[in-house]
Design a protein around this ligand. Sequence first.
Ligand SMILES: Cc1cc2nc3c(=O)[nH]c(=O)nc-3n(C[C@H](O)[C@H](O)[C@H](O)COP(=O)(O)OP(=O)(O)OC[C@H]3O[C@@H](n4cnc5c(N)ncnc54)[C@H](O)[C@@H]3O)c2cc1C
Ligand SMILES: NC(=O)c1ccc[n+]([C@@H]2O[C@H](COP(=O)([O-])OP(=O)(O)OC[C@H]3O[C@@H](n4cnc5c(N)ncnc54)[C@H](OP(=O)(O)O)[C@@H]3O)[C@@H](O)[C@H]2O)c1
Length: 246
Amino acid sequence: MGWVKGQVREIKRWTERLFSLRVDADVEPFKAGQYNRLRLFIGGEWVARPYSYVNPPDVRPLEFHLVTVPDGPLTNRLLHLQPGDDVELMPRSTGLFTLDQLPDARDLWLLATGTGLGPFLSMLGTDEPWRRFENIRLVHSVRYAAELSYRDRIDGFAQRAPGRFHYQPLVTRETVGTIPRARIPGFLEQGQLEALCGLEIDREHSQVMICGNPDMVRDTQSVLKARGLQRNRRGHAGQIAVENYW
Ligand SMILES: Cc1cc2nc3c(=O)[nH]c(=O)nc-3n(C[C@H](O)[C@H](O)[C@H](O)COP(=O)(O)OP(=O)(O)OC[C@H]3O[C@@H](n4cnc5c(N)ncnc54)[C@H](O)[C@@H]3O)c2cc1C
Ligand SMILES: NC(=O)c1ccc[n+]([C@@H]2O[C@H](COP(=O)([O-])OP(=O)(O)OC[C@H]3O[C@@H](n4cnc5c(N)ncnc54)[C@H](OP(=O)(O)O)[C@@H]3O)[C@@H](O)[C@H]2O)c1
């Protein structure tokens, strides 16, 4: 399959390991929540990995939020790209982690670890979630507070829908101000997440999207399933949609 040549326009460093890449490339239309692939020629071979869009579909440049993983072949190269450098992408995007796969409901919960925040930013930058859901809750769990990225953009969502949107950061490896030091599944199981978010999750009113660390995705699903929520499947409307990053 053919690849499209993209050009790095900008790199934003959030921390030493966490960054965002803005890329100019001519890709086909996509939906918020979908992903493309980035590839570079490394050590005599092409190395490609999937990355979710952060930008809403009608916004350019393309934007990706990445973390450098230890010994990760691609991320350790992407981290050092400079404006003007080439990076290749697929012409067509893929993925079913999109709002059009969700039944209508009153409340939308978006639960992310690390760079799993990205697809939710893309979705929240479109009209669809605001048109379809009365209440939206965005939960972002990171190890260190410096990794709570995109705060300005998230503040913009809060201003867009006063009273309907709440952002709940969680930091797991340091204690910072009033931010809870907790992981998503445990905090949810104890009822504390909903208490802080001022909204309860239940199978009648909630749709829950979960993205990022696969262990978090698994454990959070277990907590939700114990309360009677189920995965959305083709031909069977449930309440849970997931995207595992590895
Ligand atoms: C559908 C999909 C969408 C993805 N979107 C993103 C994205 O938007 N941003 C992003 O940073 N990654 C994303 N990933 C992960 C990404 O594709 C790569 O796996 C990652 O960037 C590491 O690539 P690598 O070649 O450096 O190391 P690899 O050899 O591919 O990975 C090594 C190990 O690093 C860990 N790891 C991989 N990705 C992450 C991550 N994001 N956060 C924490 N630990 C991780 C895992 O333990 C993995 O086994 C996505 C994966 C999938 C399947
Ligand atoms: N962040 C760093 O400073 C750092 C430093 C060196 C290397 N790395 C490496 O970089 C990669 C990416 O790190 P990352 O911090 O972006 O991603 P991560 O390890 O997935 O952590 C992101 C968030 O997910 C939480 N989490 C992890 N497992 C969970 C589970 N089973 N249930 C619920 N929550 C869970 C973490 O909590 P916990 O903190 O409780 O795990 C953290 O809040 C990893 O390969 C890591 O080894 C990271």
